[in-house]
Write a protein that binds this ligand. Structure first.
Ligand code: GTP
Ligand code: MG
Length: 221
């Protein structure tokens, strides 16, 4: 794992600098402040959780390498600040993102209402075919639930997003969410291999194995 915050030479830096991969997928985590974006990322990359709330300033990233059908996929996961005042900075990172985790908090109706706006931000600032997984976090707080599962399911369907409820705290569906995002990115890239709809259009024909690519064409994963 590697983080923009880390310093000093170690395994984490080596992972970030490691060029030995078949594909690199850039994904962003977005959603209102305090829904649990940073917690979700840390659960996934470090298997850790803290109940202290340290609101993210600007943007940060971590790297995790996973495998799909013998292919090494380097995930560059950007964790954005949910606070409005950072919006100009964070939207600048949407371009080139192949996938988004759009997180809301099942105990906060406000964070769910905001999902529409986040969806509009994705449409405005990112690649047309960017894939989105909508995540209702804090599933461990069922007793405080404000957002019915069916409402979120309906909205996800309407917006064309995948949907999960999850808990960063109890480690429920965290890996499954990232796996799904990688799967839909791979499926989408395969479909677009011969189409100019993909940002990979100008990379068509590049050797699949020889050159690690951040914008793959014809993903065989
Ligand atoms: P910003 O950086 O301000 O955009 O917020 P964020 O979305 O990154 O939220 P963060 O991950 O910092 O979490 C906010 C608070 O919610 C912290 O106190 C976390 O401990 C708590 N939290 C995060 N995920 C969960 C969860 O699954 N369950 C519960 N009960 N608390 C959670
Ligand atoms: Mg954060």
């Amino acid at each position: 794992m590697a983080s923009a915050r880390d310093s000093g030479a170690g395994l984490e830096e080596r992972d970030a600098a490691d060029q030995n991969f078949d594909y690199m997928f850039k994904v962003l985590i977005i959603g209102n402040s305090s829904v649990g974006k940073t917690s979700f990322l840390f659960r996934y990359t470090d298997d850790s959780f803290t109940s202290a709330f340290v609101s993210t300033v600007g943007i940060d990233f971590k790297v995790k390498t996973i495998y799909r059908n013998d292919k090494r996929i380097k995930l560059q996961i950007w964790d954005t600040a949910g606070q409005e005042r950072y919006r100009t900075i964070t939207t600048a990172y949407y371009r080139g993102a192949m996938g988004f985790l759009l997180i809301y908090d099942i105990t906060s109706q406000d964070s769910f209402v905001a999902v529409q706006d986040w969806g509009t931000q994705i449409k405005t600032y990112s690649w047309d075919n960017a894939q989105v997984v909508l995540v209702g976090n804090k599933l461990d707080m069922e007793e405080d639930r404000q957002v019915p599962t069916e409402d979120a399911q309906r909205l996800a369907k309407e917006l064309g997003f995948q949907f999960f409820e999850a808990s960063a705290k109890d480690n429920v569906n965290v890996k499954q969410v990232f796996d799904k995002l990688v799967d839909v990115i791979c499926e989408n890239l395969s479909e677009n291999v011969n189409s100019d709809a993909s940002p990979s259009a100008n990379h068509k024909g590049a050797g699949l194995k020889d050159t690690p690519r951040s914008i793959p064409g014809g993903c065989a994963c």
